[in-house]
Design a protein around this ligand. Structure first.
Ligand SMILES: *Cc1c(COP(=O)(O)O)cnc(C)c1O
Length: 387
């Protein structure tokens, strides 16, 4: 059995493959168990509803939440929209100010821009060279009219992990809600909404080996009890917070995926830690520099800068065999440099010469070694051309 499977997929921040164990669990709900989870008058609906509630339990348990604090959505993009728009609208009597940060995913940044167009006031906190906000600056930016702080848990490009617990503490000291986009964190690092003082949290199944098109918003039920206004109107599913017929197979898969991630997280992170350290060391020796925080980072993320080497040239020359990314998938249609790398204070050149690698569950050590060698030999070749 070959230890290398071509093409080698190393873009797990964009999406992850569906774990076959997740598909097995979903299969009956894609076929004979097709009921609508709201049709409680007959066994078809009832069995779908039981499956949904069992998945909801697993998801709640994995993040230290209560069953009824999980609202199913179509993914983290929708969860972010619901959290920001729904909460700012619902609590408009309290104020009109939202605090977020410049390195957020577009699903937060563009939602914040939309809120600005509706007259809300937004503070975009800057970050240091590692992608961290300054907590004193965060506290100083809280005003009388501040309703919410939204800061992501782990960055999807550079892997930097924020001090979520402290941010939540600051928010609560000032009676401000705390939302976090944890799409890259849930399933990868331990998350606990109680311990971390989180009031609203967005996450998504396809970032943790589950299916695409299903995600959740955690919405705190007590101390404080929050209820964002809906952004989708209709049948009143999900406690009137998110209407629409539930995606039963997706939800069942999401439940299984998060359960598996809790079992495998520790072993996977140990493995990914060894591999990413090894990869970084080889890249350093070839002149590469790390983007993101040296230690407070996702173990499966590498973001590396090779001075003077366009990342697109590397990607183009290895793309038949190796799938990696120049930035985030959501912006790869646009040739704009990464807003995250620019926010770290780097010039456009660095943003155009950086690669993002996301290691995943099915990768092998042989693949990591193969990719490392190939990237380095590619860099060396390109260096010769540019000299
Ligand atoms: C992938 C991602 C999203 C978008 O999630 P979808 O489920 O694809 O809508 C939002 N935020 C972050 C940080 C992500 O990595």
């Amino acid at each position: 059995m070959s230890e290398i499977k071509f093409p080698i997929y190393l873009d797990h921040h964009a999406t992850t493959p569906l774990d076959p164990r997740v598909l097995d669990e979903m299969m009956p709900y894609l076929t004979e168990k097709f009921g609508n989870a709201s049709s409680l008058d007959h066994p078809f609906g009832y069995e779908a509803s039981v499956a949904v509630e069992s998945a909801r339990d697993k998801i709640a348990k994995a993040i230290g939440a209560r069953h009824d604090e999980i609202i199913f959505t179509s993914g983290a993009t929708e969860s972010n929209n619901l959290a920001l728009i729904g909460t700012m609208e619902k609590y408009k009597d309290k104020g009109d100010h939202l605090i977020t940060c410049v390195t957020e995913h577009k699903a937060v940044l563009d939602t914040a821009r939309h809120l600005e167009s509706l007259g809300k006031k937004i503070t975009y906190l800057p970050v240091n060279e590692y992608g961290e906000i300054n907590l004193e600056q965060l506290e100083d930016s809280i005003k009388e009219k501040t309703v919410m702080i939204s800061i992501m848990t782990a960055n999807n490009e550079i892997g930097t992990i924020a001090d979520v617990e402290k941010i939540g503490n600051i928010a609560h000291d000032h009676d401000v809600f705390f939302h976090t986009d944890a799409a890259q964190a849930v399933g990868h690092i331990p998350m606990n909404v109680e311990k971390m003082n989180i009031d609203l949290m967005s996450f998504s199944a396809h970032k943790m080996y589950g299916p695409k098109g299903i995600g959740a918003l955690y919405v705190r039920g007590v101390k404080p009890r929050i209820k964002p206004n809906p952004i989708l109107h209709g049948g009143g599913q999900e406690r009137n917070i998110r209407s629409g017929t539930l995606n039963v197979p997706g939800i069942v898969g999401f439940g299984r995926a998060i359960e598996l991630s809790q079992h495998e997280m520790k072993a996977e992170n140990n493995r990914f830690h060894k591999w990413s350290v090894e990869m970084f060391e080889s890249f350093f020796n070839a002149g590469g520099k790390q983007n993101g925080h040296p230690t407070k980072r996702l173990e499966h993320n590498l973001n590396v800068y090779f001075k003077g080497i366009e990342s697109k040239s590397i990607i183009n020359s290895i793309s038949k065999e190796i799938a990696i990314s120049a930035g985030s998938a959501c912006t790869t249609q646009i040739v704009e440099p990464s807003h995250v790398l620019l926010s770290l204070g780097f010039a456009e050149e660095r943003a155009h010469s950086s690669l993002r690698i996301g290691i995943g569950r099915n990768n092998t050590h042989a693949e990591i070694q193969y990719v490392t060698e190939n990237i380095i030999s590619c860099v060396k070749k390109l260096e010769k051309i540019t000299l």
